[in-house]
Design a protein around this ligand. Sequence first.
Ligand code: ADP
Length: 478
Amino acid sequence: MNLHQNFIAGEWTRGSDAIHNINPSDTNDVVGIYARATAGDTRTAIAAAKAAFPAWSRSGILERHAILKKTGDEIMARKEELGSLLAREEGKTLPEAIGETVRAAQIFDFFAGEVLRLAGETLPSTRPNIGIEIVREPIGVIGIITPWNFPIAIPAWKIAPALCYGNTVVFKPAELVPGCSWAIADILHRAGLPKGVFNLVMGKGSVVGQAMLDSADLAGITFTGSTGTGRQVAASSLEHNRKFQLEMGGKNPMVVLDDADLTVAVDACANSSFFSTGQRCTASSRLIVTEGIHEKFVAALTEKLKTLTVDHAMKAGTHIGPVVDERQLKTDTDYIEIGKSEGAKLAFGGELISRDTPGFYLQPTLFTEATNQMRISREEIFGPVAAIIRVKDYDEALATANDTPFGLSSGIATTSLKHATHFKRNAEAGMVMVNLPTAGVDFHVPFGGRKGSSYGPREQGTYAAEFFTTVKTAYTLG
Ligand code: ADP
């Protein structure tokens, strides 16, 4: 098997050692061999990105447009192949994986357009004869650190705006899913990016990621991952006086009111909690249900779960793929035991399952009779595990939904305009969904949360400019 190498200063380089990228649907299937960078390689990549910044930051908008457009076009043209790679390395179902690949292509396409729309403002000064220009400038070298759950979309929504606005990049993907990231590096390189503008350093968080955190030469770090690592990114960034943007955990609520359309509510909750194996930061693991619909809802959701097939991600008919790896599977099963010991009732699932191929297969797991104080309601599990919390009425539902350290996405199923409107205004979350799953967002609008979920400006859409640029105000006499 070929070694997929790191991409540093315009060259493919080997790194210290390599890892096998393993398919969680079939642990006998090695997706590929990927090099691991050292801390020294990471510093070389940062130095290359720093050297490339002056020229790239002043490059013509047509050059940047063409490279981003070409990259988006190639990803779109190869959506089946890259979607298969994604499904193989991460374990989400093939249709979900192709959907994510298309989204990555759309993001590159969107930012190819944004390059051509870069604008500033001109204002008169309060003093006579003076004009003021306000422009956005790139910030410098950006460190990008991504998690394993969206192996192509999250890298795309950080890399595309970074390059669009004239920054250079050092990118470290999650160790579990280097395949899609390597493919992006290969495509960007062939699309004509100048040497050093984009660097891929694959490897361990504690080595490559840490070397990025320790560098004084990164002007910004954009990070998606766990709360613990996010705090390290924050602390190191304050020390180096650099910009940082964090997307971390969620414990997203989905409220179901008595007046909800039952089918809409069940579909939204099944999707929110269990699709993509519950491994989305926007997944819902707290289903907050008012007492008038509670029994009907539990029965209907349980029936729905019986119809969902857990199997190999590449198999036609699979609704839920495997858990990403053994460590995450242990976290999930530990939380299932915690839920039982806390007194929640296991209403569905909870068991490991075996399939034709050896993989990390877990039934979708539903608890009822949970309270919002239990650990399964407060801590992010990141697996196909959800708990139903019964509440009296809308007011209690809203208060329960907001009673969490997180605030990424918040959903409600209701036919009441009054409650939907009130919920949209009062949900303490960055994104609110009415009669829709908490997960599943568009690529052209802002993404991000509040409270413990996020820090810094929003990602995606035109709002991405906030993080990836800095504003300059210029005064001219005459
Ligand atoms: P998860 O539990 O989802 O894997 P992590 O926060 O551990 O979340 O991982 C998210 C990303 O952060 C990954 O690319 C990982 O390698 C990286 N990472 C982990 N530890 C560190 C660290 N000390 N410094 C920088 N990056 C890290």
